[in-house]
Ligand binder design. Structure first.
Ligand code: FE2
Length: 421
């Protein structure tokens, strides 16, 4: 069974990535950043964990306000560094851990955290700033990650207490994963800082020191604070430290501190802690009960013949093909598809199997492969095939035979203004 071996709290300010990429550890101004990270980097090299769960917030890079969510979990197999305006940093992409991530996602939903899930979104400095200091990464990163993005930028945001509770659920999620993984949970967020408005440049070193005391010995005291109370003490953006509570909530009530450092070079208090988890593993019976509960919602659905719940497994397997069909909602993409189908397949690198499925309009085959029905009706709308044709084909019936089973024999599709009669 998986175990959490430790927790790390770290700032994620771009200063850290800048220091890593362009400065020297021997520089008197930049050196303290390197030395703050060094003991944790050494510990990670010694411990060689199998996965890192990284709690961070995106800085309106990969998650915009067209769809902003509280808790977004990465369930994909790889994450590239994001372009935040001047090109991405020269770092290799980092592998995800889809198995662990999908188990965590399922567990958190079971614990009634209404998560959102992402694949293939690049990660910004919220993840890669500290990570580049925490692990050597040439030519590749030594450990996969499970990114957990917390939307702390558009209010209302999750409370400190909610983050703490999420940490407890995260612990149960990890500890019920069947593989013997050794996992480290990393909570990120700068200590005191404010980067907007006339209060920009606010810092509070005594509070930062107190916060690091509290996160170690009395995290519950932080959960009782509102965002405004934290912002008053830590600066508005400094209140993002509620993300450390997810990490702390995933650990034992008392922890062994292995490292603590603090440095304030410019705008953001760069605070770091490393805790060893002291928790006893859960009993086999409690893990089994937990896993059983995780399966509650879909238990029995396997008996429904001709039914294919759209699970993480199907979503990740058929992501490329679903994305290709989804892109047909853009007029230029469907024009290209209608003009040169093979060229459109080639442009996104569909596999031979995926091309065959679309080329032959194998509606049933696409469902079996992992395409969700709502992509089929989009393809139907593009090529002038009605929903009823698709339903009949999935059932393996002629349209006429299928229509006989309906109360009214009508044809319709989701095609709008471009619909052909
Ligand atoms: Fe941040």
């Amino acid at each position: 069974m998986a175990r959490i071996i430790g927790g790390i709290g770290t700032a994620h300010t771009p200063t850290i990535g800048f220091a890593h990429d362009r400065q020297s550890p021997s520089d008197p101004v930049w050196g303290p950043i390197f030395s703050a990270f060094a003991p944790i980097r050494t510990w990670l090299e010694e411990q060689r964990p199998d996965a890192l769960v990284v709690i961070y917030n995106d800085h309106v890079t990969s998650f915009f306000f067209d769809h902003y969510s509280a808790f977004a979990l990465g369930i994909g197999d790889s994450y590239a560094p994001a372009d935040e305006g001047g090109g991405p940093r020269s770092l290799p992409p980092i592998a995800g851990h889809p198995g662990l991530a999908q188990h965590i996602g399922q567990a958190l939903m079971t614990e009634e955290f209404d998560m959102s899930f992402f694949q293939q979104r690049p990660l910004d400095h919220g993840v890669f700033s500290p990570l580049s200091m925490l692990a050597s990464h040439e030519p590749a990163w030594p450990v996969p990650i499970v990114p957990l993005q917390i939307g702390v930028l558009q209010f209302p945001v999750p409370s400190a207490l909610r983050c703490w509770k999420l940490g407890g659920a995260l612990r149960r999620a990890i500890e019920s994963y069947p593989e013997d993984l050794r996992v480290v949970v990393i909570g990120t967020g700068g200590l005191s800082h404010q980067v907007h408005g006339e209060r920009a440049g606010f810092n509070n070193v005594p509070w930062d020191e107190k916060f690091m005391d509290l996160i170690e010995t009395d995290p519950v005291a932080i959960t009782e604070m509102t965002y405004a109370q934290l912002a008053e003490l830590a600066g508005f953006e400094g209140a993002e430290v509620i993300m450390w509570l997810v990490m702390r909530g995933a650990l034992s009530a008392s922890v062994k501190r292995l490292h603590r450092a603090y440095y304030l070079p410019s705008m953001t208090g760069i605070g770091m802690v490393l805790f060893e988890n002291q928790a006893e593993p859960p009993t086999k019976a409690s893990v089994e009960a937990y896993r059983r509960k995780m399966g509650d919602q879909l238990r029995g659905a396997e008996r429904l013949e001709g039914t294919y719940p759209f699970t993480f497994a199907r979503s990740t397997k058929a992501y490329r093909l679903n994305a290709f069909l989804h892109d047909l909602i853009v007029p230029a993409n469907r024009a290209r598809f209608l003009e040169d189908e093979e060229g459109a397949f080639e442009a996104v690198g569909l596999t031979t199997e995926e091309r065959d499925l679309v080329r032959s309009r194998n509606w049933r085959g696409m469902i079996h492969y992992g395409v969700i029905f709502f992509m089929l009706e989009k393809l139907g709308a593009v090529i002038g095939v009605s929903n009823l044709h698709i339903y009949a084909a999935m059932r393996g019936q002629s349209l006429d035979d299928f229509q006989k089973t309906r109360n009214a024999q009508v044809l319709y599709s989701v095609a709008g203004s471009e619909a052909k009669t």
